[in-house]
Design a protein. Sequence first.
Length: 212
Amino acid sequence: MIQFVRRFSEKRTPLPVVATPSKSLAKWRGNRSEDLDEIERAHAAVGGSSRGRRFATQQINRAYAVLLASQFQGFCRDLHSECVDHIMAALAPTAALRTIIESELTRGRKLDSGNAQPGNLGEDFKRLGIDLWDEIYKLDNSNKARNALLETLNRWRNAIVHQALDPSKLGGTTMLRLNEVRRWRVTCDRLATAFDEALCNHLQALTGTSPW
């Protein structure tokens, strides 16, 4: 099992170093990552080569995808809240005004009830004055492909949670492989770092102070 986990770690390209990451990114790379690693260990612990093992690993792969989507949603919601907090600190409104402004910036927030799909992310962060995906693409053109992969992850997440596994909507199959979930995880890692950088740049330009 240790060798299995080590091989997985070696295949994952090291993430870019962020001088001072947001609290949200630090949590994503800390507690949230540790929770995802638990699924990796569970997969490695299922031994043998029988049909029963194949069934078990398929269920683990699906659970992994659902957990990954939920953890990324949590990161994005945390990041949005952290940005709102910085804007409030810069404005220094009275307590009454703070309540009103915070309510307007978070009212109907998609990330409170919906997945971290590209469309939902764009709408929520637009309230903070940023065209999120435009800025993400400027940082790295490869983020266009990551946008599509994030959409695919959430499509699988919804299909699994709602027991609506339609192969015509899932690339022609209902079998989810571990390598695919790992690919989505790397995608989420890269996007989390890009979101952190883009929002840091935006908020510094907006308020004149670095948010983290």
